[in-house]
Ligand binder design. Structure first.
Ligand code: 13P
Length: 279
């Protein structure tokens, strides 16, 4: 196996640097320490065979090689993705992480091992895992802490079901999912929150810009209350080229976590362009 060169991590920057930058509307890129002004990531879930993943990465290198773009391939493809993206601006991460470190946890993804392969990010608490693996919000918080401790940026996914929204419990649900994370990770941690309403994931039904902004603003207010106002909030749920520009106009929507549309380069590149054009 090739030896991976260590990447500069945001968490490794001196605390003086961390306080003086990034400016309010940007996030420091973990890979090169540059400032990003948006973040658009493709969550590939369990799609693609490895040669298809290679092709998609090559297309991304051709069309979207810029700060603020990232991919979350299936964990098995992390070594090849790491090799392909080595000298690029594109970041990458894993779709889940174990809350425990090295040890007897068969099948888990250990944060330190993930970081060794050059990953900068880890999704935690995706609704598909909350549902399928019955991940509790406390468990998700422990995963977020494990990621932060290993120098990874956790992207904490939250979102309500349609029933919860229709019962008027959407904000309460999202806050309940978020609260254990905010209680557990140090207040100066770099993390992102991805608001992904469950009813919008893979359904073709996107939250309207007003619905997305309303929830993002609630999340922003809570983060600000505890001194985490720098935390970036992404929207996810049927984001595609056709609705990206509208979502990108929302002041608290910093970027997008894209599922299905991330597998088609033209769609994904258009989403990246929509967020880039906002600035
Ligand atoms: P879709 O974009 O396919 O709705 O998936 C969103 C998602 O789950 C991203 O994590």
């Amino acid at each position: 196996m090739t030896t991976l060169k260590p990447l500069q991590k945001w968490s490794n920057l001196s605390s003086a640097n961390r306080q003086s930058s990034p400016p309010d509307d940007s996030l420091r890129d973990l890979k090169y320490g540059r400032c990003m002004s948006f973040f658009v990531a493709g969550n590939w879930k369990t799609h693609l065979l490895s040669d298809e993943a290679n092709t998609l990465i090559q297309q991304l290198l051709d069309q979207c090689n810029q700060d603020g773009v990232a991919v979350f391939p299936p964990a098995l493809y992390v070594p090849q993705v790491s090799d392909q993206l080595r000298d690029s601006a594109i970041g990458f991460g894993v779709q889940d992480i174990s809350e425990s470190g090295f040890g007897a946890t068969t099948g888990d993804l250990c944060a330190q091992q993930v970081a060794e392969f050059g990953c900068q990010y880890a999704l935690v608490g995706h609704s598909e895992r909350r549902q399928r693996q019955q991940e509790s919000s406390q468990w998700v918080a422990e995963k977020a802490l494990a990621a932060v401790t290993a120098g990874l940026v956790p992207i904490v996914c939250v979102g309500e079901t349609l029933e919860e929204r229709e019962a008027g419990n959407d904000v309460a649900t999202v806050m309940e999912q978020l609260e254990p994370v905010l209680n557990l990770v140090p207040v100066d941690s770099t993390l992102m929150v991805a608001y992904e309403p469950v009813w919008a994931i893979g359904t073709g039904k996107t939250a309207s810009a007003d619905q997305a902004q309303a929830m993002h603003s609630e999340i922003r207010a809570r983060l600000s209350q505890i001194g985490m106002q720098q935390t970036k909030i992404l929207y996810g749920g049927s984001v595609k080229a056709a609705n990206a520009a509208e979502l990108a106009q929302c002041p608290d929507v910093y970027g997008a976590l894209v599922g299905g549309a991330a597998l088609q380069i033209d769609e994904f590149a258009a989403i990246v362009a929509a967020f880039q054009e906002r600035h």
